[in-house]
Design a protein around this ligand. Structure first.
Ligand code: UDP
Length: 420
């Protein structure tokens, strides 16, 4: 396997994660493409041109470049409007992939597979698969029927039908569907009737060069925070699915016996309910009397986040659903115990009692209870921290890339899955 077309229609690997449409998928596409390029697979990432100022092609590092494809107006578009530009995007990608000769230019090697991220890219990838006769690998990142199970009120009746049907069609025609953990693999087969033999689990990674343990006092100094006092951390896009309200209420509970405890929130609004959620959080911190205890920080460059994780006593991840949960892995790599909801990928990332704690219900008291215990027992905190670092070492992007190289290679040798 030498060359791969990576589709990431709705969000660019060059975008800032932690707000808007930027999150784990941006990090995943960027880190995996870089790791694949280092493993000898040339990665051409295709994303929608969301501005006139973007160069047609950006070279990121040898073997990894990003192409901006015209599809719809060269301006930001709401995610809900992107379905209308998928066909144009697919045409643009096809044109680029076949620009000179059937595949690639004279000095390029031919494309051997397509890897689509999220359902919108999946629709484009499905069409391109049939045009070029190349195997299709899909990673969904989030799935409509999973979201509908955890938060039915967040799924619009109309889009639910369109998106879930599209996901089912992509799954039926994908040569391989990638899941980040066993929970996601089960969801793909149970909720979409996927053939389990075509699902492969490839866990994402974490860049250990950036995310590693460090001195807490130094990290707090770097962030201008007081050296003393418990600090909880929430990192991520602010939207109802991420459960920030639970973290805020847990802080309010903790403040009863730890009046100096604070919560730092790093991220910005995301999705159609993002702005409302930010307003709701601002009202909530007032209502609960913790406005001066919660520090809102705008989205930070990915590689700077390690300082935030190191500064915290506990990282709180109260998501209602999570296909993987990179934030929990990054915290663990930095030696910060995680208290997280017992859902999705968080179940495989957090080893209850060894690296942190899993909470079954979105119950702030339960979160506060585990945080209290960690704060009360420095030996326990140290043990959880050491366990977290050890566990996080299993996850590297190089390992994910190695598994993928094998998967792509098998696909290029086998027969393509046909549409049913
Ligand atoms: N992130 C970041 N800067 C921020 C907030 C978040 O780089 O200010 C990154 C974070 O490090 C993580 C990703 O955004 O890699 C979020 O991924 P996760 O899987 O936790 O959630 P998702 O966004 O996929 O729902």
């Amino acid at each position: 396997m030498r060359r791969l077309a990576v589709l990431s229609l709705h969000t660019s690997p060059l975008a800032q994660p932690g707000t808007g449409d930027g999150g784990g998928m941006n990090v995943y596409v960027r880190e995996l493409s870089a790791a694949l390029a280092r493993a000898g697979v040339q990665c051409d990432v295709y994303t929608r041109a969301s501005s006139d100022d973007l160069a047609a092609t950006v070279d990121i590092e040898p073997g990894f470049r990003v192409h901006h494809v015209a599809a719809g107006p060269p301006a930001p578009l709401e995610k809900e409007a992107l379905i209308d530009v998928v066909d144009e995007f697919a045409d643009g990608v096809l044109k680029s992939m076949t620009a000179a000769g059937r595949f690639g230019t004279d000095d390029d090697v031919p494309f051997e597979a397509i890897h689509a991220n999220y359902w919108l890219s999946g629709i484009a990838g499905h069409a391109i698969k049939h045009e070029l006769g190349l195997p299709l690998v899909s990673t969904f990142h989030t799935l409509d029927r999973v979201k509908a199970e955890s938060s039915p009120e967040l799924v619009e009746a109309h889009s639910r039908h369109v998106r879930a049907e599209a996901e089912a069609a992509i799954i039926r025609c994908s040569d391989t569907v990638l899941a980040s953990c066993s929970v996601e693999a089960a969801q793909i087969s149970d909720l979409y009737g996927a053939d389990p033999t075509r699902i492969r689990i490839v866990a994402p990674g974490v860049d250990h060069a950036f995310f590693g343990p460090g001195d807490r006092a130094q990290a707090r100094r770097a962030l201008g925070l007081a050296a003393e006092g418990p600090l909880l951390l929430f990192v991520g896009r602010i939207q109802p699915l991420k459960g920030l309200a639970v973290a805020v209420a847990a802080l309010a509970s903790l403040n009863r016996d730890h009046p100096d405890a604070r919560l730092m929130v790093v991220g910005g609004p995301s999705g159609p309910h993002g702005d409302t959620e930010v307003a709701r959080m601002e009202a909530l911190v007032d209502d609960l009397g913790v406005a001066d205890r919660v520090i809102f920080v705008p989205p930070q460059p990915h590689e700077l986040l390690s300082t935030y994780y190191r500064a915290a006593d506990v990282s709180v991840v109260p998501s209602r659903a999570e296909s993987f949960g990179l934030v929990a892995l990054e915290a663990a790599a930095c030696g910060t115990p995680v208290v997280a909801s017992d859902v999705g990928g968080l179940r495989s990332l957090v080893d209850h009692g060894r690296t942190g704690y899993l909470v079954e219900e979105p119950d702030p008291e339960a979160y506060a209870g585990w945080v209290r215990q960690i704060l009360a027992e420095p030996m326990l905190a140290e043990r959880l921290s050491a366990g977290s670092v050890l566990r996080a070492q299993r996850y590297t992007w190089a390992r994910a890339a190695r598994l993928l190289v094998e998967i792509y290679a098998d696909l290029t040798l086998g027969r393509l899955v046909e549409c049913r």
